[in-house]
Design a protein around this ligand. Structure first.
Ligand SMILES: C[S@@+](CC[C@H](N)C(=O)[O-])C[C@H]1O[C@@H](n2cnc3c(N)ncnc32)[C@H](O)[C@@H]1O
Length: 319
């Protein structure tokens, strides 16, 4: 039985905000064991019992007071995303045993959560030493059947080919969900490698490299399935740079259909780690800017191609 998300909703008095709380203990994820009659083709949510899913967020403001550090999750990697995001994505947009493709795997949050929720994962990470470290979190058996970690440059044809090969080994042609959590341009420098998106000379170059990764993701994702982009903005030379909207433009250019924009809080501003909060507050007051308290999650659908739609229509007519 898969694990339940550790979020529970609460409504504030004045506004209809959904605030995610940390429950005291973990319970099983709401994944039905029996065939569900009324559910979408891309998840296992039983719509006949939709009131049972109050832990699934449907509001576009996500507030998480703290990170889930249970199980294999740790906060060792500066720049990782909180597992609660993966829990929300995977329950809402995937079915049991679906394959989640993460093209910026980092410390493996998507892979860990995929397994916790009885899904599978293929992850690509540029830094071989990090890919090896993440692989050590899984048993040999899991690495054969459920998790595939590839060390490669996700902008490349070679990475796309490697993912295709792993998909074939896992008995699939395409992945069923795509996670994109790129570096936020050069805010955190992940390595000195020239293929690293955090090492671009200009923001325009960052967008171009991001687009190459997103194109690979688009080609590797099944039609009619969903993708999540997690990204924040930055200040450069006293000016606000909307990296999030820039990346979104590239996503839409590739054909992804934008379904939602979610604002997520950043607790304890990771980027200011080690620095004095008061110092940042003073700088903000002095410089006329605001310290980051949010980032974005964009949810996309890869539209069904006409070919697929027609094939389904014909199959129905024959039946
Ligand atoms: C924001 S972090 C992702 C963190 C991850 N979601 C987690 O929870 O640990 C971005 C990651 O992308 C990797 N990266 C940068 N450029 C890449 C590229 N061209 N191909 C693959 N990975 C890349 C970095 O090494 C870094 O680990």
């Amino acid at each position: 039985m898969a694990k339940k998300t550790n979020t529970k909703l609460k409504e504030t008095e004045n506004v209809n905000l959904q605030i995610a709380e940390q429950p005291k203990k973990k319970t099983a994820l709401k994944v039905a064991d029996n065939p569900i009659k009324n559910c979408k083709p891309y998840n296992d949510i039983d719509l006949n019992n939709w009131k049972d899913y109050s832990h699934i967020l449907t509001n576009s403001l996500w507030l998480f007071p703290s990170r889930d550090k249970s199980g294999k999750h740790s906060n060792e990697y500066h720049g990782n995303y909180i597992p609660q995001l993966a829990q929300q994505f995977f329950e809402r947009f995937t079915k049991k045993k679906d394959i989640i493709l993460d093209l910026f795997l980092g410390s493996g949050t998507s892979a860990i959560e995929a397994l916790n929720m009885d899904r599978r994962c293929i992850g690509v990470e540029l830094k071989p030493e990090l890919a090896d470290h993440v692989a050590e979190k899984f048993s040999q058996k899991e690495l054969v059947t459920d998790v595939n970690i590839i060390s490669a440059d996700s902008t490349s044809e070679e990475a796309k080919q490697k993912v295709q090969d792993r998909l074939a080994i896992m008995g699939e042609e395409k992945a069923q969900f795509l996670v994109l959590h790129p570096p936020y341009d050069d805010i955190i420098k992940f390595s000195n490698r020239k293929e690293d998106l955090s090492n671009c000379a200009t923001t325009e170059e960052f967008y171009d490299m991001f687009e190459k990764v997103a194109k690979n993701g688009y080609d590797l994702l099944e039609d009619g399935r969903y993708a999540a982009l997690i990204i924040g903005d930055k200040y450069a030379k006293g000016e606000y740079k909307l990296l999030s909207f820039g990346c979104n433009q590239r996503m839409e250019k590739l054909g992804f259909k934008l379904k939602a924009v979610i604002v997520k809080d950043i607790q304890g501003n990771e980027r200011a780690k080690g620095k004095n909060a008061n110092l940042w507050r003073y700088r903000a007051l002095y410089g006329g800017f605001y310290n980051f308290g949010h980032e974005y999650i964009f949810i996309y659908e890869k539209p069904k191609t006409k070919k697929l739609k027609n094939a389904k229509k014909n199959a129905k007519m024959v039946a």
